[in-house]
Design a protein around this ligand. Structure first.
Ligand code: PMP
Length: 317
């Protein structure tokens, strides 16, 4: 941190930031072994994905994404007046690539998916990309560092793939707002053309510096993600003991359903104890809770609270 502060000088606040965000783009290119011309950066991956929607989607054909997925895709589609079709995940929340072999104006899905944590293999991803050579396929890898395999190597074979990642999850820097996309030089050029037509100065100079610096400490990054993965694996055991089932998670959350207790009631009772998980009263997922992996101490608090709550609910059943 001190090193970053040493590079900080007050003129950074007086002057506009570098519109090319070159220091961060170069650091990402080095870290991921691609050309700087293949990297686009933005204010969190929300900004990057929204820019990708603006750049690549918007014809008459519907874009495709899963029915249970990141809740912003349909919002952006509505805002940009992009037609869309939500493709139901299979019964066990998986993507079936055959469902995406239909006319479309683009495809987007997270891998691992949110809020399910389900990871799809590169074979599945490749099948979708290969079947849709005339569409841009965006793979939103917000949670990829928690055990999944990135689709980045597929960029060598496919020009229609855009991989999006973020510093908000595995790099614990949500407050800095850094997201990025890696794709073919052509796709990144198109995205930059749109960005420079909307707002050239999306990222401030301090954020660019901090983002670039962070990438130098790979050991710290590996260590912290390994800790979260270890806590998640322990959580799988403990939640199973408490009577929960869940699709296997490759993310920093677990999407869990209890064998008897109602998810909405558990959610309310956790909230009373100031333990916050996510709950959506929506079809298909109204019996699930998305439990984010916290520190081991926070998780112990959760397990004790759940033990109490499940006893209470059983008594009133
Ligand atoms: N994609 C997915 C699947 C997410 O869950 C999130 C976080 N809510 C984002 C993108 C956006 O994250 P950020 O803008 O912080 O990079």
């Amino acid at each position: 941190m001190q090193e970053i502060l040493d590079q900080f000088d007050i003129s950074m606040m007086r002057k506009y930031p570098d519109p090319n965000a070159q220091i961060l783009v170069d650091a990402l290119a080095k870290a991921y072994g691609v050309s700087p011309k293949q990297v686009f950066v933005g204010v969190g991956s929300d900004d990057v994905i929204s820019m990708a929607f603006m750049t690549f989607f918007g014809g008459n054909k519907p874009i495709l994404f899963p029915d249970v997925t990141y809740s912003f895709y349909d919002v952006w589609a509505d805002v940009y007046r992009i037609p869309y079709t939500q493709i139901p995940l299979t019964e066990d929340f998986r993507i079936d690539p055959k469902d995406y072999a239909r006319e479309n104006g683009g495809i987007i899905f997270p891998n691992p998916n949110a809020p399910t944590g389900v990871f799809e293999s590169l074979d599945t991803i490749e099948e979708i990309i290969k079947e849709n050579p005339d569409s841009i396929v965006i793979v939103d890898e917000a949670y990829i560092d928690f055990g999944g395999t990135s689709a980045l190597p597929l960029l060598d074979k496919y020009e229609n793939l855009l991989v999006v990642q973020t510093f908000s999850k595995s790099r614990s820097m949500a407050g800095m707002r850094i997201g990025f996309a890696i794709g073919s030089e052509k796709l990144i050029r198109f995205m930059n053309d749109v960005k420079f037509s909307v707002n050239s100065y999306t990222m401030n100079q301090v954020t660019l510096l901090c983002g670039a610096k962070t990438l130098e400490d790979d050991a710290y990054f590996r260590d912290t993600t390994a800790k979260i993965i270890a806590t998640r694996e322990e959580a799988k055991k403990r939640l199973t003991e408490l009577g929960f089932t869940f699709p296997d998670s490759y993310s920093n959350f677990i999407f869990a359903k209890h064998k008897t207790a109602d998810a909405g009631k558990i959610f309310e009772k956790l909230k009373e104890r100031r333990i916050f998980v996510r709950y959506w009263n929506k079809s298909r997922i109204s019996q699930y809770l998305r439990i984010t992996i916290g520190t081991p101490e926070e998780m112990e608090r959760l397990y004790s609270a759940l033990t109490e709550i499940l006893t209470e609910l059983e008594a009133t059943a």
